[in-house]
Design a protein around this ligand. Structure first.
Ligand code: HEC
Length: 137
């Protein structure tokens, strides 16, 4: 039992050390541009071209959006989008398109691009924290 507790403790420390955030460059610029095209076709009719939101559809960039998602993960966000969006046709896009669009949403919230595409499987992104402000390290 004690040994189990020690293993858990050791593991939680490693996860904390490995934890990434949206400030670490978790998507590529090319991916975000693909996402922009898909966003225009699939999301803009409700959330508006500039992600500012529309009648009954919330904004996907800026203050309110970041407050909603602060402290959650990119895995949560991608999962939410895959399962519920487009609201009039949920789950109907390719997985890669969902990942590209999520990259575009991150880009529109001014999180930096990096060397690798965002993965399309939400469960691999549960260590990527959404932080409204960059944590001082
Ligand atoms: C037919 C209109 C419509 C379309 C198209 C649509 N959405 Fe939405 N979306 C909504 C509405 C309405 C809500 C709020 C109610 C809800 O959560 O279902 C919402 C909520 C969201 C949220 C949660 C926002 C928050 O702060 O909690 C996200 C993220 C989102 N949409 C992303 C997308 C993406 C990405 C696409 C394109 C793949 C998309 N939506 C397409 C209508 C739409």
């Amino acid at each position: 039992m004690q040994r189990f507790a020690i293993i858990l403790l050791a593991l939680s420390c490693c996860f904390a050390a490995l934890g990434r955030s949206v400030w670490d460059g978790v998507y590529t610029k090319e991916q975000a541009l693909r996402g922009q095209t898909a966003y225009r076709e699939e999301c803009a009719r409700c959330h508006s071209e500039n992600l500012g939101g529309g009648e009954g559809s919330p904004a996907l960039a800026g203050g309110d959006f970041l407050k909603n998602w602060n402290g959650k993960t990119v895995g949560d966000l991608l999962d939410r989008i895959v399962k519920t969006m487009p609201a009039d046709d949920p789950g109907n896009l390719a997985r890669r398109q969902y990942a590209d669009i999520t990259a575009w949403v991150l880009n529109s919230n001014e999180f930096p691009a990096g060397p690798k595409d965002l993965d399309s499987t939400p469960s691999t992104l549960t260590d990527v924290a959404i932080e409204e402000k960059r944590e001082k390290k």
